[in-house]
Design a protein around this ligand. Structure first.
Ligand code: 5GP
Length: 192
């Protein structure tokens, strides 16, 4: 796959603050677009279909897998999530950078298909901090919280497969670091 824009892939354990970081980055950095993912999970209060996610049925999701519409997809905590090729390819071709905010299994698939992407791993300062954050947002059931924490143990060792690691200790600093990475990548001689 060739492209003009740069693909940035931000990943890390659930609850690590990826969502807050990507929202801030999108509002502060020009010429970058979020790839809106498709998911089978129920819409949460305040979420907008087509903006936060495309909320689709499991049957629709299966159909799109068969039609080869996904760049990557994964089951995350018993729901399906996937990046639509249409969200990424056309945007990159039109010269905009694209930001993906996806789980670690998905990031691995994207790395195989688009190794020219820039892969950023967001890490919690500690497991205790992550527990507090997931409880604090009050969005998840007890089982779902336990699933997320179990996955996190394994996920925290994945940083070495990425180009950059950011410890999300202070949100403002993490946002600044992602912006700095985007700025530096755009200055690479190969894009000159
Ligand atoms: P949430 O349900 O809290 O919005 O997201 C749960 C997890 O799914 C997060 O770790 C998020 O990064 C991940 N996720 C969101 N969209 C995608 C996607 O398109 N593909 C993959 N593989 N993971 C995704």
């Amino acid at each position: 796959m060739t492209s003009k824009g740069i693909l940035f892939v931000m990943s890390g354990a659930s609850g690590v603050g990826k969502g807050s970081i990507h929202k801030a980055v999108l509002s502060q950095v020009e010429d970058i677009r979020l790839s809106v993912s498709a998911t089978t999970r129920p819409q949460r209060p305040g979420e907008v279909d087509g903006q936060d996610y495309y909320f689709i049925s499991p049957m629709d999701f299966e159909e799109r897998i068969k039609n080869n519409e996904f760049l990557e997809y994964a089951r995350v905590y018993s729901q399906m999530y996937g990046t639509l090729k249409s969200e990424v390819v056309e945007t990159l071709h039109s010269g905009y950078d694209v930001l993906l905010e996806i789980d670690i299994q998905g990031a691995r698939q994207v790395r195989e298909k688009m190794p020219q992407g820039v892969f950023i791993f967001i890490q919690p300062p500690s497991l205790e901090a992550l527990v507090e954050r997931i409880h604090g947002r009050g969005l998840d059931s007890q089982q779902s919280i336990q699933d997320r924490l179990d996955a996190c143990h394994a996920e925290m060792s994945m940083a070495r497969y990425y180009d950059y690691v950011i410890v999300n200790d202070r949100l403002e600093e993490a946002i600044y670091k992602v912006q700095a990475i985007i700025t530096a990548e755009r200055c690479r001689v190969k894009y000159y």
